[in-house]
Design a protein around this ligand. Structure first.
Ligand code: ADP
Ligand code: F6P
Length: 324
C-alpha cells in the first residue's frame, strides 16, 4: 500500500446510469477501509473546476445501493474539453489536497480523465454508461438495468401490438452504438433490429420480414431501432402505407436511464469501484477499470481509449432466425 495516498476525489460525469451509486459507495467504503479520505465532487468536472465538493464517509453512502441516478449528480462540462479547463481542475484538486481521482462515466469522461493524468493527477476511470459503448470493456455499469427496463416496456408493447395485430417500432437509446438495440432485440423477440453499425435496405430488411411474419400467421411484429438510426415515427407511417399493416412508433426515451440497479449492475459496480481505489491506494493512476474475458481488470488509459470492440452483429441474424 502506498502511504502517500491520503485523500482522493470521486465524481460522476456524462449521462447518468443505474449503478453509479453502488460504484460511489464502493469507492467511499474501500477508501475508508484503507484510511483514505474521500471528497465527493458534485456535478462532474464542473464540480472539480469550481471546488464544489465535500467529504464523504462510510455513513454518507448508506442507503444508496438501491437508488438509480447518481447522488453526486452529473453534468457535461464544455470547459473541461480544453486543456485550460483541465489545468484548472488539477489546480483545484491540489488546493483540496487530492492525491488521486476516480471518474465514473463514459467515453467522453474518460478523455477528460486521460487529460487529468497527463497534467499529473493520478486518475482511474470506471465505465458507467447505459450504452455499453466503451471499447476496452465488455461491460459498462448500467447496461443490464437499462436492458431490463427496455424488456419490461417492450413486453407491454407486445401485448397491445398482438391485441391489435399491429407492427410496433420501438426506438431505444445507445447514442451511436447498437448494443442496447441488439440485446433488447434478442431478449424481446424482435423481427427486425436496426443499428447504426450495420447498413440495411428498407424493403429487404424491414418490409419483407414484416410481411413474411404476417403470412406465417404472426399477430404482431416488433422492430427495434437504435437511436443512432432514429426516425421511427416516419418509419411507422411508411410501413403502414407500404404493407397495409397498422403500425405504431414508441420512443422509450429517458425511462431507460432511471431505476434501481439490477443485481448485475450492483455487483459489477461494487467490484469496479473497489478496484479503482485499490489501484490508487497502491500508487497506480492512469488506468481504466474494465471487464475483459468476463473478469474485472484494468488497462492503461491511453491504450484503453485506442481499443476497438465489435458489436455482436450476428445477433441481428439470430433474432431474425428465432422470430420465425
Ligand atoms: P460520456 O462520458 O457519457 O461519454 P460526454 O461525452 O458528454 O459523456 O462527456 C462528459 C464530459 O467529459 C464532458 O462534458 C467533458 O467535460 C468531458 N469530456 C468529453 N470529451 C472530452 C475530451 N475530448 N477531452 C476532455 N474532456 C472531455
Ligand atoms: O449516454 C447515455 C445516453 O442516454 C445515450 O443513450 C443518449 O444518446 C444520451 O445519453 C442522451 O443524452 P442527454 O442526457 O444529454 O439527452
Amino acid at each position: 500500500m502506498n502511504s502517500k495516498v491520503k485523500k482522493i476525489g470521486v465524481l460522476t460525469s456524462g449521462g447518468d446510469s443505474p449503478g453509479m451509486n453502488p460504484a460511489i459507495r464502493a469507492v467511499v467504503r474501500t477508501a475508508a477501509y484503507h484510511g483514505i479520505k474521500v471528497m465527493g465532487i458534485k456535478k462532474g468536472y464542473n464540480g472539480l473546476i469550481n471546488g464544489n465538493m465535500e467529504e464523504m464517509d462510510a455513513r454518507s453512502v448508506s442507503d444508496t445501493l438501491q437508488k438509480g441516478g447518481t447522488i453526486l449528480q452529473t453534468d457535461r462540462c464544455l470547459e473541461f474539453k480544453e486543456m485550460a479547463g483541465v489545468k484548472k481542475g488539477y489546480e483545484i484538486a491540489k488546493v483540496f489536497g487530492l492525491d488521486g481521482l476516480v471518474v465514473i462515466g463514459g467515453d467522453g469522461s474518460f478523455r477528460g480523465a486521460k487529460d487529468l493524468c497527463s497534467v499529473g493527477l493520478p486518475t482511474v476511470a470506471v465505465p458507467g454508461t447505459i450504452d455499453n459503448d466503451i471499447d476496452c470493456s465488455e461491460y459498462t455499469i448500467g447496461f443490464d438495468t437499462t436492458l431490463n427496463t427496455v424488456k419490461d416496456a417492450i413486453d407491454k408493447i407486445r401485448d397491445t401490438a398482438t391485441s391489435h395485430e399491429r407492427c410496433s417500432i420501438v426506438e431505444v437509446m445507445g447514442r451511436n452504438a447498437g448494443y442496447i438495440a441488439i440485446h433488447a432485440g434478442i431478449a424481446c423477440g424482435a423481427e427486425v433490429i436496426l443499428v447504426p453499425e450495420h447498413p440495411f435496405d428498407f424493403d429487404e430488411d424491414v418490409l419483407r420480414p414484416i410481411l413474411e411474419s404476417k403470412s406465417r400467421g404472426k399477430k404482431h411484429s416488433i422492430i427495434i431501432v437504435a437511436e443512432g438510426i432514429g426516425g421511427v415515427t416516419e418509419m411507422a407511417k411508411e410501413i403502414e402505407e407500404k404493407t397495409g399493416i397498422e403500425s405504431r412508433a414508441t420512443i422509450l426515451g429517458y425511462v431507460q436511464r432511471g431505476g434501481s440497479p439490477t443485481v448485475r449492475d450492483r455487483v459489477v459496480a461494487s467490484m469496479m469501484g473497489a478496484m479503482a481505489v485499490e489501484l490508487l491506494a497502491a500508487g497506480k493512476g492512469n488506468r481504466i477499470i474494465c471487464m475483459r474475458d468476463n473478469k474485472i481488470t484494468d488497462v492503461d488509459i491511453e491504450e484503453g481509449l485506442n481499443m476497438k470492440k465489435e458489436l455482436p452483429i450476428e445477433l441481428v441474424d439470430l433474432a431474425k432466425k428465432l422470430s420465425t
